[in-house]
Design a protein around this ligand. Structure first.
Ligand code: GLN
Length: 276
């Protein structure tokens, strides 16, 4: 079958499950054919082999059942990086790039900064900061061994040697260790009762990376309480959090003695990142 016909049929099949049906179909076919999506505009009439059509069909069927495109491709771009992704971790999102931007705005580029990323997942935040600050030293930790291995592969894939990764439940494996200039985290922050959890891509992502007790605040509260023991004088702590959690997060920061507490908005205009 011709590329244009194949894509038309595929995007019709995906239209009931995805708001970006044609784009999804293009990304999946580009993956199968090992080309970029621009190829489809140059060669719409090219024939696709039976073998490639079958491989494409398998991916379409999985997408029809809701599996996220990023898991089907096994990769996702974030910041200036190309990251391997897998179902053991959250898929990096554009909202989290906001946290990277805010982090970069408080770091002194002329210094060797020591940075800790809690719940690093794919390593997205740690590696973005590592790429922007080649002299800084970044440690990323995650509870899930498989995620730690994935983040290490992402460091190699993006040729970044100033970020290292280790298994740890928040600060646990760092006890008695060094102090940091900046601690960042995109922790689980969704309320276990949130209806959002039964819709779209999140259904396929690990609950341990998404959901936290106490209306989504439990992990953020824990980190705010323990973090000061791991921070240099004048260091920063910052989180990504839910669109409606800024006030609660600010209150926690202030109660724990943090100053200069401030929130920043995401692309959708919601308070998404808070720093202290
Ligand atoms: N922002 C993500 C979502 O709403 C959740 C990320 C997280 O819990 N850290 O799907």
């Amino acid at each position: 079958m011709r590329i244009d016909e194949l894509l038309k049929g595929a995007s019709e099949r995906l239209s009931s499950v995805s708001e970006t049906a044609l784009l999804d179909a293009q990304l999946l076919l580009a993956h199968v054919l090992a080309v970029s999506t621009s190829y489809f505009y140059t060669w719409p009439e090219k024939e696709v082999s039976v073998r490639d059509s079958e491989r494409f069909n398998v991916l379409l069927s999985r997408r029809e059942l809701g599996e996220p495109v990023a898991y089907l491709l096994g990769e996702q771009s974030f910041w200036s990086l190309d990251l391997e992704v897998a179902p053991c971790t959250l898929i990096p999102r554009a909202d989290t790039e906001r946290l990277v931007e805010v982090a970069l705005s408080v770091l002194d580029i002329s210094k060797v900064n020591r940075i800790l990323d809690l719940g690093t997942g794919t390593g997205a935040i740690a590696l973005s900061l590592a790429s922007e600050h080649p002299r800084s030293i970044i440690v990323g930790v995650d509870l899930v061994e498989e995620a730690v291995a994935l983040a290490k592969r992402n460091a190699v894939r993006n040729q970044l040697s100033n970020a290292t990764f280790m298994q740890s439940s928040w600060f646990e494996s760092l006890e008695g260790g060094e102090l940091f200039d900046l601690i960042v985290s995109n922790p689980p922050y969704i309320d276990p009762e949130d209806a959002h959890l039964s819709q779209g891509d999140v259904r396929f992502e690990p609950k341990s990376a998404l959901v936290a007790e106490n209306h989504g605040m439990a992990d953020i509260e824990h980190i705010i309480q323990v973090a000061p023991r791991f921070m240099k004088q004048g260091a920063y702590l910052m989180f990504e959090h839910g669109y409606d959690q800024a006030i609660a997060v600010q209150k926690c920061f202030v109660e724990a003695g943090f100053i200069a507490v401030e929130s920043f908005q995401d692309l959708g205009g919601n308070d998404r990142v808070t720093i202290g």
